[in-house]
Design a binder for this molecule. Structure first.
Ligand code: A3P
Length: 304
């Protein structure tokens, strides 16, 4: 495997942090620019299931749940490959030794489960044309931003993080990769009235995983016995996934992610934000979110 040279100027032995670049009004890592036309031209198939989230909202968790549902609770089948090989991330540009998410998906037999962080207005048109099912997971802004902050530290290719205060301000202003959290959660919330979108909340999944997994099973058009449901709950809980190399991203090269800085499976809770926010920051974010989500009918819980 040639790790010395990658597509574009990406060299995984000396990873470079991305910069932010605006594409169609939303900020993304600049590495997506060259690949944008390919992403937009993505050919969805009618039986594709798309998992979509704002980054750090619980993507990997819902991926593992969907994978377990797809394999009827058989962990061994799920564990044949790391999660990122089971479900192509269609936003991802080629990064040697990995081909792009689009290329990976194109080579995959149906039925495919795909992952994206794209805001609703930038989803490739073929997903709508093919009427693909989408599972969306949203997470409260406070825990979401803390998780994103730590991820910027442990990933060696995300843009520079800045201080906590700077990062928080940038997050609220949508000046982070994949843009505005509030536009994202709101846009997809509105889309669920027009398209087959199952909209889940991280906090609900934490509160009662079995209840939320039942929704996933039903949405995927399946019926599974309680014993299988219990298996799925067990193998998708935080501690199980943290210990599972096929779900915890420990199989990625350490040149891309450094789990010694902060593990990918970091805390997995609702309310960890309390250890990071000052009272003033908390009140400011509450007010700002109330403004940004006004009239949407969207409500987030920051504790359970
Ligand atoms: P924290 O950083 O708050 O711990 P994503 O997969 O979208 O990148 O999201 C990662 C976040 O989801 C991390 O949050 C991670 O710990 C959390 N997570 C992953 N698996 C989980 C699980 N099974 N239960 C609860 N949280 C989980």
């Amino acid at each position: 495997m040639d790790l010395k040279s990658g597509p574009g100027d990406f060299d995984p032995t000396q990873p470079k942090r991305a910069t932010l670049e605006e594409i169609e009004g939303v900020l993304f890592p600049n590495t997506l620019r060259e690949h944008w036309g390919t992403i937009q031209g993505f050919k969805a198939r009618p039986d594709d299931l798309l998992i979509c989230t704002y980054p750090k909202a619980g993507t990997t968790w819902i991926q593992q749940i969907v994978s377990m549902v797809q394999h009827r609770g058989d962990l061994e089948k799920c564990n044949q490959k790391p999660i990122y090989e089971r479900m192509p991330f269609i936003d991802m540009p080629p990064m040697k030794p990995f081909v792009s998410g689009v290329e990976q998906a194109d080579l995959m037999p149906s039925p495919r489960i795909l992952k994206s962080h794209l805001p609703v207005q930038l989803l490739p048109a073929s997903f709508w044309e093919q009427k693909c099912k989408v599972i969306y997971v949203a997470r409260n802004a406070k825990d979401n931003v803390v998780s994103y902050f730590y991820f910027h530290h442990m990933s060696k290719i995300m843009p520079e993080t800045g201080t906590w205060n700077e990062f928080l301000e940038n997050f609220v202003a949508g000046k982070v990769a994949w843009g505005s959290w509030s536009d994202h959660v709101r846009g997809w919330w509105e889309a669920k009235d027009r398209h087959p979108v199952l909209y889940l909340f991280y906090e609900d999944m934490k509160e009662d995983p079995a209840r939320e997994i039942r929704k996933v099973i039903q949405f995927m058009g399946l019926e599974l016995p309680e014993s299988v449901l219990n298996q799925i709950v067990e193998h998708t809980k935080f501690e199980s996934m943290k210990a599972n190399p096929m779900a915890n991203y420990s199989t990625l090269p350490s040149s891309l992610v450094d789990h010694t800085v902060s593990p990918f499976m970091r805390k997995g809770t609702v309310g960890n934000w309390k250890k990071h926010f000052t009272v003033a920051q908390s009140e400011w974010l509450d007010d700002t979110c109330a403004q940004l989500l006004k009239g949407s009918g969207l409500n987030f819980r920051t504790e359970i």
